[in-house]
Design a protein around this ligand. Structure first.
Ligand code: AMP
Length: 189
């Protein structure tokens, strides 16, 4: 199964992705995690990526697409993958479609974790990651509205999008995700 997880910063994507990948037994590809690891490397790409992450900008599409293409071809991704934080722009979504078509593999589902902005700001204030300071968060939310929300429309038009209410405890949100993925569970008699 191939699933894309999209949500604004602070929506709880990472937490939910970890639970879902255990449940589905598929690898988890978080472009944010890969980029954070790249930033720690003392390489030109690492320094370039740090500049974008530290200021809350999106990393250029070609860098992200090369990363995803490479990962898609590794054998553990053949049976399925959970994409977290990718695609984040229409150009990435279109290129992703081409990548999947070239490999004749389908995308099954796109989950949008939706959380109102006032909840996001509270959660991010508590999290304390390096790119969670106020100005950077504002920048990341701006990019989310301008560049990533159109990706949701792109998948909605293709009938792949399911909206998940992201307000609640991690368990409550996960139950909604699981239902979207597995279908409603039978209640025992
Ligand atoms: P995340 O962990 O998904 O919130 O991503 C952290 C940061 O990594 C973002 O603010 C971007 O700078 C960068 N990033 C992650 N995924 C992408 C992507 N698909 N396209 C561009 N930049 C990305």
């Amino acid at each position: 199964m191939r699933i894309v997880l999209i949500g604004p910063p602070g929506a709880g994507k990472g937490t939910q992705a970890h639970r879902l990948k255990e449940h589905l037994k598929i690898p988890h590809l978080s472009t944010g995690d890969v980029l954070r690891a790249t930033c720690k490397e003392e390489t030109p790409l690492g320094r370039q990526a740090s500049g974008y992450l530290d200021s809350g900008q999106l990393v250029p599409d070609d860098v992200v697409l090369a990363m995803v293409g490479e990962r898609l071809d590794q054998s553990d991704c053949l049976a399925g993958c959970l994409f977290d934080g990718f695609p984040r722009t229409i150009a990435q979504a279109e290129a992703f479609d081409r990548m999947l078509a070239e490999r004749t593999i389908p995308l099954d589902l796109v989950l949008e974790i939706s959380v109102p902005e006032e909840f996001l700001l509270d959660r991010l204030a508590q999290r304390g990651r390096a790119d969670d300071d106020r100005d950077t968060v504002r920048e990341r939310l701006r990019h989310y509205h301008a560049l990533t929300e159109p990706v949701l429309d792109y998948y909605r038009e293709r009938g792949l999008l399911r909206l998940i209410d992201g307000v609640g405890t991690p368990d409550e949100v996960y139950a909604r995700i699981k239902e979207a993925v597995d279908g409603p569970q039978q209640t025992p008699h």
